[in-house]
Write a protein that binds this ligand. Structure first.
Ligand code: C5P
Length: 398
């Protein structure tokens, strides 16, 4: 069963009697781990109140295209950027017709035009309307644009007819939303990912480390799993819950991380070094706490280089595709390029850690990806979205 952990789902509700099932759809999406925001058309508000959907989604319901409360009064763009996927349940015949021609005269239709996210439609209408040629043509046009459909089911209808046109059950719709993220581009592949910082002990109570949160590596693990891969996630000390489908190995130091990677790398297809491994460690780690005495005014630490894990992987006899990260504060591309050559990587993801709105502990990132043949600039987006984009690029390298 696919999960929707860390996914942001927009639910569009249009004006049909099946709108009474929309709160259940929202609930099921949340059960799968999604955060949900709801957009209702005017017709939908005739069947069910926004308050009901606000209560079950835990978020304000959006109904107006011209919304003075939206930041910069561009609610449609904010919502379109927010959603990782959009599901319209129910989608009436009129809604399908309007989406098919690209109307942008209410909030839901406009968000659909403005979003690149996958769209799932759960049609619901009278059986004769469902079979109607115009409706079928609209669906076909939407399918050509990549819109997916779940249902409709067959059976007794609210109008008394029997036939195809009943909206699918809420649980089935929620699962179909989750399936939108299952691309299959890494089916059967083994991906090894390092994440988080390493921690290098000075003595039993002190260490050298860095601000890495591990979020990027953990998001990559989920994105790779959704793409069909088996994932081994080797994590330094972080406060994150890993995707339950990943095989997680917890480590502390760079040396531990190297050993854990080498223990699982044989036969792996892809290695992603997203960890911020300490470059240096104390030459000696004291077995007892270093004491502060009145006589000691300065303390000099002698440091030595840690093993370079990613370089060790790319120098294996038959290495996997190796992807590195370059966190830089200046001359981003120059340093990233040099690192890609020096460590013999297929791809490097470069980001500017001097900015405090992206990178390290932040939930978003803005990166430039270098491969051996191209340079791809990725605008600022959530680390979960970025992970999915990176996995698409990485899959092309295998
Ligand atoms: O050399 P630098 O630390 O800037 O390189 C960053 C890349 O190298 C990252 O992908 C990081 O995970 C990897 N790395 C490593 N082992 C080290 C240092 C960095 O795998 N000791």
């Amino acid at each position: 069963m696919q999960s929707l952990q860390n996914k942001r789902i927009l639910v569009g509700v249009t004006g049909g009697i099946a709108a009474y099932k929309a709160p259940d759809v929202v609930r099921r999406l949340r059960d799968l781990g999604a955060e949900v925001k709801v957009i209702m058309t005017r017709g939908a508000c005739e069947f069910i109140t926004p308050l009901t959907l606000q209560a079950v989604s835990g978020n304000r319901v959006h109904t107006e295209l011209l919304d003075a409360e939206a930041e910069a009064a561009m609610g449609h763009i904010e919502l379109a950027r927010w959603g990782d996927a959009i599901v319209v349940a129910p989608a009436t015949a009129d809604a399908l017709a309007r989406f098919a021609v690209g109307r942008a005269d209410d909030l839901l239709a406009t968000v659909l035009c403005a979003s690149d996210a996958p769209v799932l439609l759960a049609p619901a209408m009278n059986q004769a309307m469902w079979r109607d040629q115009a409706n079928q043509t609209n669906l076909q046009r939407l399918a050509e644009r990549g819109y997916r459909t779940v249902g409709p089911g067959e059976g007794a209808q609210a109008c008394g007819d029997t036939g195809a046109g009943r909206m699918s059950e809420a649980a089935e719709i929620a699962q179909a939303v989750a399936d939108c993220f299952a691309s299959g581009i890494l089916d059967g592949r083994h991906v090894v990912i390092t994440a988080g910082p390493s921690l290098e002990a000075l003595d039993p109570v002190r260490y050298l480390s860095n601000y890495s949160s591990g979020k990027m590596g953990f998001a990559l693990a989920t994105a790779a799993i959704e793409a069909g891969a088996k994932v081994t996630l080797i994590a330094g000390p972080v406060h994150l819950q890993a995707d339950a489908r990943a095989q997680r190995v917890d480590v502390v130091s760079a040396q531990d991380m190297l050993e854990a990677v080498m223990g699982v790398i044989d036969g792996a297809d892809i290695f992603v070094g997203a960890a911020a491994v300490a470059d240096f460690r104390p030459v000696t780690s004291e077995s007892q706490k270093i004491k502060k005495t009145a006589a000691v005014q300065t303390l000099t630490l002698e440091l030595e280089k840690t093993p370079d894990i990613i370089a060790a992987v790319s120098s294996l006899i038959s290495p996997p595709v190796v992807v590195g990260f370059a966190a830089e504060t200046h001359d981003l591309l120059e340093h990233a390029n040099a690192k890609m050559q020096r460590k013999n990587l297929q791809m490097i993801v470069a980001n500017d850690v001097s900015r405090d709105d992206i990178g390290f502990s932040s939930d978003s990132n803005e990166v430039i990806v270098l491969t051996r043949s191209e340079q791809v600039e990725m605008p600022k987006m959530s680390k979960d979205q970025l992970a999915r984009e990176l996995i698409k690029l990485i899959a092309q390298q295998v």
